[in-house]
Design a protein around this ligand. Structure first.
Ligand code: HEM
Ligand SMILES: *[C@@H]1O[C@H](CO)[C@@H](O)[C@H](O)[C@H]1NC(C)=O
Ligand SMILES: *[C@@H]1O[C@H](CO)[C@@H](O)[C@H](O)[C@H]1NC(C)=O
Ligand SMILES: *[C@@H]1O[C@H](CO)[C@@H](O)[C@H](O)[C@H]1NC(C)=O
Ligand SMILES: *[C@@H]1O[C@H](CO)[C@@H](O)[C@H](O)[C@H]1NC(C)=O
Length: 320
């Protein structure tokens, strides 16, 4: 039994190794060609945050959307053209913003080390920096991603929906080589930021034949959300912060989900499914554990579909 166990564990380690080799990312990728790359990116992010507290949430979410569609290839950064409607103009783009921060970093990088640092790597580093600047953990971002040449609005339909249940979420993550643990740890990104009413309104009224309000939603939060979103398709700017400390990266999100106060069906369903409940509860109890697993899962997210045949865009909005 024990030796069989060891056998499985070593197979897993070998497969894990191959997976990482396949991505061919390297923590020292720019050491010779652009040693100042990370400093330039950090300063651009820090300067933007000094003027706009929404920057961390926006860049973290942007990285997730990038990696989930065509892998981490900066396809999310491409602008639409007359002949192509790009990802950023697809349906769930409402709160994608702060593209200017990536542009600012790219402009400085093109001056210091022209045609060297990919937009996909800039976004991966910026996503780490916003976590650090919000009080979260840090990690080394391995680099060497290339920028893709394709960005299509209709592919954003493949992003997980806020009304998905855990089975659907697990499936969507598995399609990208990510586990149920990655799902729970990365959903902790909702420790930052804000949602518009449209993303959770379905829980508040006419929820199902049996329940007018989603029964998994804490009554106190339900009342608060109904106050903020008084009628369907109302104020387009109205909404709710995703946790009580929406500019601090902490484990409050899990404590809220554990107490029935997740904002989306997708958040709350993590407590309702036996495969994820124990992980939510563990992160709610232990912030250090959440930080460690979030770091691990962000590295895994940053390896999704890495494109080695792409290019280094000169302008993140335009394919060369
Ligand atoms: C598990 C599946 C996920 C679903 C269904 C989901 C869904 C959403 C939705 C609907 C919003 C609000 C959009 C709006 O109304 O403006 C949102 C916001 C956000 N999401 Fe997620 N998300 C998921 C996973 C993630 C992951 C993996 C991350 C990053 C690690 C992330 C980071 C964020 C952040 C930071 C915001 C706030 C954005 C802002 O304030 O501008 N989400 N998410
Ligand atoms: C989002 O997409 C719609 C069309 O689907 C577009 O009109 C709008 O400008 C886009 N918003 C952003 C912020 O890109
Ligand atoms: C998106 O549109 C392209 C054509 O522009 C089509 O080839 C592709 O199959 C569509 N993808 C999805 C997911 O609908
Ligand atoms: C999740 O949602 C799908 C699609 O609506 C449904 O078929 C499935 O039964 C749901 N699973 C659970 C566990 O609720
Ligand atoms: C609930 O749905 C019914 C039938 O679709 C509709 O007549 C009613 O106005 C809805 N109520 C609310 C509060 O949206």
């Amino acid at each position: 039994m024990v030796s069989k166990m060891k056998y499985y564990i070593s197979i897993l380690l070998v497969l894990g190794g191959i997976y990482e080799l396949g991505a061919a990312l390297d923590a020292h990728y720019y050491d010779k060609t652009c040693p100042q790359a990370e400093t330039i990116i950090f300063k651009a992010v820090r300067d933007a945050l000094a003027r706009d507290p929404k920057v961390p949430a926006r860049l973290l979410r942007m990285f997730f959307h990038d990696c989930f569609i065509r892998g981490c290839d900066a396809s999310v950064l491409v602008d639409s053209t007359p002949s192509n409607k790009a990802e950023k103009d697809g349906p769930p783009n409402l709160s994608l913003a702060a593209f200017y921060v990536i542009d600012a970093a790219k402009t400085k990088l093109e001056k210091s080390c022209p045609k060297t640092v990919s937009c996909a790597d800039i976004l991966a580093v910026a996503a780490r920096d916003v976590v650090v600047l919000s009080g979260g953990p840090t990690w080394r971002v391995a680099a060497g991603r290339k920028d893709g040449k394709i960005s299509r609005a209709n592919e954003t339909l493949n992003l997980p929906s806020p009304s998905s249940n855990t089975s659907q979420l697990i499936q969507g993550f598995a399609q990208r080589g990510l586990s149920a643990k990655d799902l729970v740890a990365l959903s902790g990104g909702h420790t930052l930021g804000f949602s518009h009413c449209s993303s959770f309104e379905g829980r508040l009224r006419n929820f199902s034949a049996a329940h007018d309000t989603d029964p998994t939603l804490h009554p106190q939060l339900a009342a608060e959300l109904k106050r903020k979103c008084p009628k369907p398709n109302g104020d387009r700017n109205a909404g709710q912060f995703l946790d009580s400390t929406s500019s601090i990266f902490d484990n409050d999100y899990y404590r809220r989900v554990a107490g029935g106060k997740g904002v989306f069906i997708s958040d709350q369903s993590l407590l309702g499914d036996y495969r994820t409940r124990w992980i939510v509860e563990a992160f709610a109890r232990d912030q250090g554990l959440f930080f460690k697993e979030f770091t691990d899962s962000m590295i895994r997210l940053g390896n999704v579909g890495v494109d080695e045949s792409g290019q280094v865009r000169e302008n993140c909005r335009l394919v060369n």
